[in-house]
Write a protein that binds this ligand. Structure first.
Ligand code: CA2
Length: 148
């Protein structure tokens, strides 16, 4: 059985490629999920994906990942800046966690400069656009292979 990475995307990221391409690029959520699946497959890892606009659904999905997924790549969207509940859920997950932001959040409004999730993440990528997700996959391959 290959090790499994869960890719979680938070609120409004279902609109990727459909609105605000100047900030979030032209690729859709489906495009980036496909790119992650391909990158992880090269490294012998499997991908599960989940997107929700609901904080509680994201938390439930993280709970479900306990004992079922080896790692989580998460773009919590705006919940990064507000959700202690999401942080608590990730703190109850034992595997590696990488936080991804498409935009360079530190160049944007001050309210985006702090992420609760970063307090749990093993690595954080921001400002690399959609490429940040495949970079997170590459990092995860090294991390999970070295944990064999
Ligand atoms: O840069 C990121 O990835 C963010 O997590 C995106 C969030 C934002 O609240 C964070 O501060 C930074 C917003 C996601 C909105 O996604 C959209 C995508 C296309 C069109 C409209 C919104």
């Amino acid at each position: 059985m290959p090790k499994t990475v869960l890719l979680l995307n938070g609120p409004n990221l279902n609109l990727l490629g459909l609105r605000q391409p100047e900030i979030y690029g032209k690729q859709t959520l489906q495009d980036l999920e496909k790119a992650c699946a391909a990158a992880l497959k090269e490294g012998g890892l499997a991908l599960e994906t989940f997107q929700s606009n609901s904080e509680s659904e994201l938390i439930e999905r993280i709970h479900k990942a306990r004992g079922n997924a080896d790692a989580i790549i998460i773009n919590p969207g705006a919940y990064s800046h507000t959700s202690i509940a999401l942080l608590d859920a990730l703190n109850a997950f034992d595997g590696a966690v990488v936080e991804v932001h498409i935009s360079q959040i530190f160049k944007r409004e001050a309210f985006r400069h702090h992420s609760y999730v970063s307090g749990r993440a093993d690595a954080v990528l921001c400002g690399f656009g959609i490429a940040g997700y495949t970079m997170a996959c590459e990092w995860m391959i090294g991390k999970l292979q070295s944990a064999k």
